[in-house]
Design a protein around this ligand. Sequence first.
Ligand code: T46
Length: 130
Amino acid sequence: MNIEIIDIPKIENSLGNIAVIENNSIPFEIKRVYYLYDIPFSAMRGGHAHKNLQQVLIAISGSFDVVLKDGNSAKTIVLNKPDKGLLINNKVWRELENFSSGAVCLVLASDVYKEEDYIRDYDEFLKSEK
Ligand code: T46
C-alpha cells in the first residue's frame, strides 16, 4: 500500500520536546496546512481518496485510527505520537475514526484544496483502481 510512517525529527530535553518539520522531512512541497479538532468520538472523517494529493497526517494531540484501503488490501494505523507522520500518497482510500478526547489531527498537504481531486464514492474508487 502506498503509505509510509515518517519519523519527525525532535529535540528533547528535561523541559519537554520540540518536533521540527522542514521541507526535507516531507517528500513533497507543503502547499497547505489544516487541522481537525473537537471531533466527537463517534465521528468518521475522511471516506474518500485523492486523485493526485499527497498528505501527511500527524496526531499532534490524542489519538485516532486511520483505516486505509487500496482496492487489494486494508490496514489500520493508530496515530498517537506527535513525532510520527503518516504519509498517504494519492489513490489510497482513508477513513479516520475512534478520535480520543482532545485529539488534533494536523495535515500537511501537497496542494491547495481542490474538490475535483476527491473520489468520495467507494465504488468509483474501486473502478479507478482497475
Ligand atoms: C483528508 C482528511 C484527513 C475546505 O474548504 N478546505 C480544505 O482545505 C478542507 C480540508 C476542507 N474544506 C471543506 C470541504 C468540505 O465542505 O470542508 C468541508 C469538510 O471537508 P471534508 O468532508 O473533506 O473533511 P474530512 O475531515 O472528511 O477530510 C479532510 C480532507 O478533506 C481530506 O483530504 O484526507 O481530512
